[in-house]
Design a protein around this ligand. Structure first.
Ligand SMILES: NC(=O)c1ccc[n+]([C@@H]2O[C@H](COP(=O)([O-])OP(=O)(O)OC[C@H]3O[C@@H](n4cnc5c(N)ncnc54)[C@H](OP(=O)(O)O)[C@@H]3O)[C@@H](O)[C@H]2O)c1
Length: 293
């Protein structure tokens, strides 16, 4: 039996892990889902007490400060969660020989590449959020704890705050939407990522991985505009999606122009199955009851 604690239990990814935790593939796993009120990762004391009360083999860290624009004027809070919080988890994990699976982001890159980023490419975040996530990765690596870092692309699910839900809601009320067409990346359905994590966790046993980085996103690449246009198309909405440039949609945080991740390593090391982003988008929209045949 593998005992797994999932932090940030109210978030998009954690909720997909909870959904899968009851499936037959997880019969050998015992889960504890910890919400922020029960386990605040910014407090070493909170982490330590929680782990005393719930001895575990693995921690999947889904807790994060994810408000990318707000982080620009709230750097201290973002740093506390995304860097100090990871350090607290990693140090406790190192002391207890617990394996940490930590989630990071494509926003650690500056987006100047034109081919998918590999794990060996240099990081150079453009935003406070990206910088705090990079520091979190470094804290985990410095702790020497067992485990892996999975950098992921644009995350969405049928619940929570995300681009897919925003566009799906607007497509039902607006006749026209303007969406940035010069930023490229790959959407990641949280359900696919959750399945990948649960596929990987049993394989970490007996492998001495410490802070090894992997990339995950669904297969393919697209722009925010094309993603929005595809959502609207799948919904058979009359709403028109107009492409605009990043300059026409100013935001507090700068985002990478090209944030596509190379998944070769995670596929070859762990045999992870990576679905095509459009196939997964359709499945998510069906789950939301907005897909129209
Ligand atoms: N969303 C994306 O597009 C995206 C892209 C790339 C990478 N990622 C990464 O993927 C991971 C999962 O993202 P997500 O979209 O599932 O995040 P999410 O929906 O924003 O959920 C994050 C959760 O963390 C919790 N949290 C915040 N501070 C905490 C603390 N101090 N202690 C414990 N829990 C805390 C939040 O609690 P409250 O609800 O109380 O705030 C929230 O439930 C994160 O590491 C994120 O950086 C996300």
């Amino acid at each position: 039996m593998t005992r797994i604690i999932v932090t940030g239990a109210d978030g998009q990814l954690a909720r997909e892990l909870a959904r899968l935790s009851g499936s037959s593939e997880c019969a050998e796993c015992e889960f504890v889902f910890a919400r922020r009120a029960e386990l605040d990762i910014t407090s070493r004391q909170s982490v330590s007490s929680f782990l005393d009360a719930h001895p575990t083999d693995v921690i999947v860290n889904c807790a994060a400060y994810t408000a990318v624009d707000r982080a620009e004027s709230d750097a201290t809070a973002a740093l506390r969660v995304n860097s100090e919080g990871v350090a607290n988890l990693a140090c406790e994990a190192a002391e207890r020989d617990v394996t940490l699976v930590h989630i990071s982001t494509d926003y650690v890159f500056d987006g100047s590449a034109r081919v998918p980023y590999t794990e060996n490419d240099a990081t150079s975040p453009l935003s406070v959020y990206g910088e705090t996530k990079r520091q979190g990765e470094r804290e985990m690596q410095a702790s020497g704890c067992r485990g892996i870092i999975i950098r992921i692309g644009w995350l969405y699910s049928a619940e929570g705050h995300n681009f897919v839900r925003t566009i799906a809601a607007k497509a039902q009320t607006e006749s026209e939407l303007r969406v940035v067409a010069d930023q490229w990346g790959t959407p990641t359905w949280a359900a696919d990522l959750a399945a990948a994590i649960l596929h990987i966790v049993p394989q970490l046993k007996g492998r001495d991985l410490r802070g090894e980085v992997f990339h995950y996103a669904d297969e393919g690449e697209t722009s925010w505009w094309e993603l929005a246009d595809t959502i609207v198309g799948m919904m058979r909405s009359e709403c028109v999606v107009l492409p605009i440039t990043t300059d026409e949609w100013p935001t507090a945080a700068r985002r990478p122009e090209y944030a596509v991740l190379d998944k070769t390593k995670i596929k070859s090391w762990f045999g992870v199955d990576v679905p095509d982003w459009e196939v997964s988008l359709e499945r998510c929209l069906r789950q939301m009851n907005v897909y129209r045949d």
